[in-house]
Design a protein around this ligand. Sequence first.
Ligand code: DC
Length: 229
Amino acid sequence: MMEMEKQFSVAVDGPSGAGKSTLAKAVAREMGILYVDTGAIYRSIGYYVYQQNIDPKDAPAVIAVLPEVHIEMHYGDDGLQHMVLNGEDVTTQIRLPEISLYASAVSAIPEVRAFLLQMQRDLAKTHSVIMDGRDIGTVVLPDADVKIFLTAKAEVRALRRMKELEERGTPRPYEEVLREIQERDWADSHRAAAPLRQAEDAILVDTSTLDFDESLARLLAVIREGVDA
Ligand code: DC
């Protein structure tokens, strides 16, 4: 008789541009589990605040509009996580570069984090997940079966981001991309509310010298070992 597969959760945290989403998506496909991109949820709030012409650093103003924000996540047959903000599919819009900075700013507001916490936890209650973000192993899923801190040198991340932007037809200069990555790293790891940091029981995976296939193999090995343990 086949053994019932046990439900499990994998937390992946790390700075922007470390390859979290691409790798986590590939792991999810390989293992047949759900990929949850929590950055997309913060981006959706950032997008709403941007649309409303609100300064994302003005915490009281951001908090005041939270009751108007209704976010849903849909998983299409394409396996993609679609973000629906007040009935509108904003999956594409939330990837605009200016929305990255809005997302980073609103994510520093504790009330915004509290507003999104249950939504993220509920997904892990009902599915085997690989969830990526900044505070998944430390705050959202402190009991995750496997915790990974995925990182790479800022210079390497900037080069990867440049390639991605080029492929999308929106190239930008290296210096600018690097500066933005460094600014976001600093903001994400120095904020008071749930700053980016490696959980004590997380396994560090540095992909600076690894290509995609090598990184994926490493992650799968770490996860399989952790889930079986
Ligand atoms: O992963 P990303 O670049 O799409 O995330 C956008 C912003 O959201 C990022 O600057 C930090 C924030 N974020 C967060 O604070 N906590 C998470 N779990 C995920 C993202």
